[in-house]
Structures are given as structure tokens and as C-alpha cells.
Design a protein around this ligand. Structure first.
Ligand code: ADP
Ligand code: MG
Length: 390
């Protein structure tokens, strides 16, 4: 990473053109930077708003060379950007987070080993890379969830398994690729912590937020002082910082946790980038997670972000556009936006598909009671289930 700060006027590059890249581009441009996005899709959400858009595959050497010529520093928004693409860029230009940190986060086996090394408990698990390891799996891990070691997201690459027979069938269905079998835990709730760590090793973080998933996809994030009890919040922050420091991470890192029915906290996974559960920071904090991503990449000072309002984020998935058959219909935004404290964020995706993240609605209020009322109303207007029930 850069030793002296990159000042506005420089060009910040990002690998990946999805919504996270788009919000990074918005934050970078607001601060006076030029931006360059590499993404194979000509209509990518970030590519459409960036000063430069390199249409190329993540491993295309010409494309990577073009990006490194355009950009003074490069970050990533897409967890599955091949780590070797980042490693090759790093030969020409500062890259953060680095290829090593990203490759650990891309591989559940290495990721869990890192958590264990940092002294942070994760769900009991077994690595399954061979038929011998499959046969030797401890019965106590069942019922469990078989997760492919790489390339999973939004619950993809995961299969619930109750018996040894199901486990064998699930591993076969996964193509016998490296997997982890995780014990299915009795969750009270989920939360995450977003950390930003600079090149100098200093780190700042947001208060942990509470996350509700439906069908393996984040549905709701709640962020305020009552969302996560103080004791678990303190433990989650401590664990997230240990995980970030343990890999000398530079950039924005999100660490996801499970809180179990007995009150204990276990780490689930980490994402080497801003995270869907941090989108509320755009409207509820003085610095958003994307502002912090810009600062870590440019080597600008990190200061602790201050949340000025309790917030709820509702994820807006493609289903919301598909209520009247196959032809997409725009949801009734005017009714939703008539509620005080609502802010609509849409990612400019051209076609709505079930499960596709199209945007999110941020809701802020002066009080938690008011916030919850408004969130309930917004969800009802959108035809979503109550944001506070699983
Ligand atoms: P992804 O990469 O798709 O986000 P996760 O491992 O975070 O994968 O799993 C997605 C969701 O599935 C989690 O947020 C949680 O709701 C549920 N889940 C995953 N692992 C477990 C587990 N071991 N026990 C109970 N629920 C789990
Ligand atoms: Mg997850």
C-alpha cells in the first residue's frame, strides 16, 4: 500500500463492477477521486457510473494491465475475484486488501484455520477433501451444513445434511470438491462487525449490527444500541479486530458471527470488502463503510465513524419487481418514500431476478421505537414480512 496518501485527483481502481463497487465509486468520486472499474459486464452497476470501465475478465492480462495503468491504487469489491489477479496487479500498483488476505477469505478451510489461529471460536466443523475424510466424519457434526470451500455466497454452495447417507450424496452432488461440514447450530441471532484497518495497523470499527437472513440471503440489518446486547457486541468487536490484525489486513473487512441460544458467540465467516450488512452506514453514520474503503486505499487518516441515528436496512431483492407475473413492475416507491427517514438505494441493474440484490432501503429515525414503526410500515408497503421476525 501507499506510504504517502493518494490525494484527490488520483484514480482509484476496483476489481468488480457490482453494487459494492458502485457505492465505492460514489464515495471515491464524492471525495474528488477518479475511478476505474474492471468488470466483464458492459452494464455492470459500477462500470456504468465510473470514469473508466475496463471491460475484461478478471484474469485477462491485457485488461489487468489497462487497469493498473489507469489506477494509482486498486481495491476489490467482489469476493471471488481471483487472488492471483490481485497478486499480478500488486506487481505494478498498490493493492488493498492484499491477495493473501483475499485468498484466505475465499477458502472456508483456510478461513476457519485463521479464526482458530486467532483464538476465535467457530462452529464445530470437519474438512472434507477426500473419501477418507468423508468416512471419518464425527457423527456429532450431524445434522450439519455441507459448504463448498470456495465460490459460495448468499447460501449458494450449501446443503443441509441430516445423516451420513445424505452427507455422502451431498458431497457427490457438489462434485466432490473440497468442502467443510459444519454442525448446524441453534442460533439466537446473527450479527456482524465492520472493521477498517490501515497500512499503519490502526483500525476503526462500527458498532456490531444485527442481521436477519431469509433463505440464506441477508434480508434485514438493524443497527442501534439495542440491536446487539453489550456483552456480545464487545466480544464480537474484540474477535473481529483480532481477525483483521492477525492477517495484517488493509481495507474494510466484515466479520459475521452467530450468537447461540446459550449466549455464546462463534464466528461464521469474513468478507474482505464492505458488506451488505454495512449499507446502513451510508445514511446513519458520518463516514460510510465506502468512505472508509476509500480512506484505507488512499492511505488517508482513519477516524472512528460516528453513528448519528438508529437504522434499519431492508434488502430489496428481485422478487419485489416480480409480483405480477413474469413482467417486472416497479414497486410503489412513492408510498415508501412518504415515510420519514427512508432513503432508497437502487443499483441500476437492468433485469430483476428472484434472489438478485437490486437495491436496499435505509431507514433512520431519532429513536429506536420510531425506527421500528417506520420499518414495519415500509416492509408492509413493499409486501415484505415483518423485518423483526425470522
Ligand atoms: P454465505 O457465504 O452464503 O453468506 P454463510 O456460511 O454465511 O454463507 O451461510 C449463510 C447463512 O446460513 C448464515 O448467515 C446463517 O443464517 C445460515 N447458516 C450457515 N451456517 C450455519 C450453521 N452452522 N448453523 C446454523 N445456521 C447456519
Ligand atoms: Mg454469510
Amino acid at each position: 500500500m501507499v506510504k504517502t496518501p493518494l490525494l484527490p485527483g488520483a484514480t482509484l481502481g476496483v476489481m468488480g463492477g457490482g453494487q459494492l463497487g458502485r457505492m465505492f465509486v460514489h464515495a471515491a468520486q464524492q471525495a474528488g477521486y477518479f475511478t476505474a472499474v474492471l468488470d466483464p459486464d458492459a452494464d455492470s452497476p459500477a462500470g456504468r457510473v465510473s470514469h473508466h470501465h475496463v471491460h475484461a475478465d478478471y484474469l485477462d492480462s491485457d485488461g489487468l494491465a489497462r487497469l493498473s495503468r489507469l489506477a494509482d491504487a486498486i481495491t476489490t469489491e467482489f469476493e471471488n475475484v481471483p487472488a492471483r489477479a490481485l497478486a499480478s496487479l500488486a506487481g505494478d500498483v498498490p493493492v488493498a486488501p492484499g491477495a493473501e488476505a483475499v485468498s484466505i477469505a475465499q477458502d472456508r478451510i483456510r478461513e476457519k484455520a485463521h479464526f482458530v489461529r486467532c483464538g476465535v471460536a467457530c462452529a464445530p466443523y470437519a474438512v472434507i477433501e477426500t473419501a477418507e475424510q468423508l468416512a471419518a466424519v464425527d457423527e456429532n457434526l450431524l445434522p450439519g451444513i455441507l459448504k463448498t470451500a470456495s465460490l459460495g455466497y448468499d447460501g449458494k454452495g450449501q446443503q443441509g445434511v441430516a445423516t451420513r447417507g445424505e452427507l455422502g450424496a451431498a458431497w457427490a452432488a457438489a462434485g466432490q470438491v473440497p468442502c467443510v461440514l459444519e454442525k448446524r447450530l441453534d442460533l439466537d441471532f446473527e450479527c456482524s462487525v465492520i472493521v477498517a484497518r490501515g497500512q499503519d495497523g490502526s483500525a476503526v470499527h462500527y458498532r456490531p449490527q444485527r442481521n436477519l437472513h431469509r433463505g440464506g440471503i441477508l434480508a434485514v440489518t438493524e443497527a442501534h444500541e439495542e440491536a446487539v446486547p453489550a456483552e456480545q457486541a464487545a466480544r464480537a468487536v474484540e474477535a473481529a479486530l483480532a481477525i483483521a490484525h492477525g492477517i495484517h489486513y488493509v481495507g474494510v473487512l466484515c466479520v459475521e458471527f452467530f450468537v447461540l441460544k446459550d449466549g455464546s458467540l462463534v464466528v461464521n465467516e469474513m468478507a474482505p470488502r464492505p458488506h451488505n450488512s454495512g449499507h446502513y452506514t451510508i445514511d446513519a453514520c458520518d463516514l460510510s463503510q465506502f468512505d472508509l474503503q476509500v480512506r484505507t486505499l488512499a492511505g488517508l487518516p482513519l477516524v472512528t465513524p460516528r453513528q448519528h441515528s438508529p437504522a434499519v436496512m431492508l434488502n430489496l431483492l428481485g422478487e419485489l419487481w416480480l409480483t405480477q407475473g413474469a413482467k417486472p413492475v416497479e414497486p410503489d416507491w412513492p408510498s415508501v418514500l412518504a415515510l420519514p427517514g427512508t432513503q432508497l438505494h437502487l443499483y441500476g441493474k437492468l433485469d430483476a431476478r428472484a434472489g438478485r440484490k437490486m437495491g436496499h432501503l435505509n431507514i433512520t429515525s431519532p429513536t429506536v421505537a420510531e425506527l421500528r414503526q417506520t420499518a414495519q410500515k415500509a416492509a408492509a408497503l413493499l409486501g415484505l414480512p415483518s423485518p423483526f421476525a425470522a
